[in-house]
Design a protein around this ligand. Structure first.
Ligand code: ADP
Length: 342
């Protein structure tokens, strides 16, 4: 098969650039087909256990059909919420040692970003997403260490819409309000309040959430019981706005403005992570609200994880490739068919 040649030829290159990536990890998650979709028409040609993914262009034939991408991990359509979280867990642990961790979900609307981060519901344990599982782990870990370190956990919840930051937990303060929490239940309660505030002004939650970034910052402060030394760590859980490109001809007015703001902030995020991955001396944080909000938690002693979410169907091929290209750019690993066919 054609794609096997691409994989062989790119493995060496991939290993060479791997070192560049430092603390940036990229996991790709493929959404399953939804009810009513034709399962035969997929653009996913191959997924390998070592993070390889080959997509096929439905409009081309021969060697130009395939394009290889490689990430730290690829989660197939059958993957469970638990499996996905298992590989995220070590990062969560590091927060208690004073690291800043950012976890993003990136992809077109409908690709499963919210499914991965929040889950389809929080009532069923197996459905729960990264947000809940991460916070649950965090509380368990703080409790297990409480004889040596006293931890305090504070949570915020904001939405970034049209380059404006809105606090979803309080209307009264200029900066995002910080809420002290002692358990996952406390956090769930806040999340519900935030969720209710998010729908204000939108007909449905989905309508609004696809066009705004939702950011859940978690700040951890630990005091060593013996030495009284203080350490701080943080976790930012970010469900990004839909990355689909909206043509100028398709929308006007308010929708066009929204689309431009989304484009601007997602490319600013890409530029920042790219600059960090390549250890560039200048990191362009100032170019969007999103990167300004995250400035202190990206870079330095920070760990970044990006879930790139893709749809399995052929019709999404163009968006899928654009999503995967964004991901390979931020991870510093750009492969693709072009290099294997000189
Ligand atoms: P996004 O947040 O990217 O717009 P959603 O998370 O809302 O996308 O997912 C779109 C639809 O696909 C939802 O109905 C969701 O329940 C479903 N879905 C997404 N990912 C999965 C998955 N891994 N397993 C089952 N259903 C999924």
């Amino acid at each position: 098969k054609n794609y096997q040649i691409i994989i062989e030829e790119n493995r060496r290159l991939y290993n060479e650039v791997q070192e560049l990536k430092g603390n940036i990890r990229v996991y790709c998650r493929i959404r399953p087909f939804l009810q009513g979709q034709n399962k035969k028409q997929t653009s996913i040609e191959y997924t390998g256990e070592n993070g390889e993914l080959v997509v096929a262009n439905p409009l081309k034939q021969g060697k130009d059909t395939y394009r290889l991408f490689k990430f730290n991990k690829v989660f197939g359509p059958e993957s469970t919420q638990e499996e996905v979280f298992l590989d995220t867990r070590p990062m969560i642990r590091s927060i208690l040692d004073g690291y800043n961790v950012c976890i993003f979900a990136y992809g077109q609307t409908g690709s499963g970003k919210t499914y991965t981060m929040s889950g389809p519901s929080i009532t069923s344990e197996e459905d729960r997403g990264v947000n809940y599982r991460a916070l649950n782990d965090l509380f368990h870990l703080t409790q297990s260490r409480q004889n040596s370190v006293m931890y305090e956990v504070g949570v915020q919840m904001v939405e970034i819409y049209n380059e404006q930051v809105r606090d979803l937990l309080s209307q009264d303060v200029p900066d995002a309000s910080m809420h002290s929490v002692r358990s996952t239940e406390d956090v769930l309660e806040l999340m519900n309040i935030g969720l209710m505030n998010r729908t204000v002004g939108a007909t449905t939650l989905n309508e609004k959430s696809s066009r705004s970034h939702s950011v859940l910052p978690v700040h951890v402060r630990g005091v060593d019981v013996k030495t009284e030394s203080v350490l701080r760590g943080s976790l930012h859980l970010v469900d990004l706005a839909g990355s689909e490109r909206v043509g100028r001809s398709e929308v006007t007015g308010e929708r066009l403005k929204e689309a431009q703001h989304i484009n601007k902030s997602l490319s600013a995020l890409g530029d920042v992570i790219f600059a960090l991955a390549h250890k560039n001396p200048h990191v362009p944080y100032r170019n969007s609200k999103l990167t300004q909000v995250l400035q202190n938690s990206l870079g330095g002693q920070a760990k970044t994880l990006m879930f790139v979410q893709i749809n399995p169907d052929e019709d999404s091929y163009a968006e899928t490739v654009s999503t995967l290209k964004f991901a390979e750019r931020v991870s510093g690993v750009e492969l693709g068919a072009a290099r294997s066919y000189k």
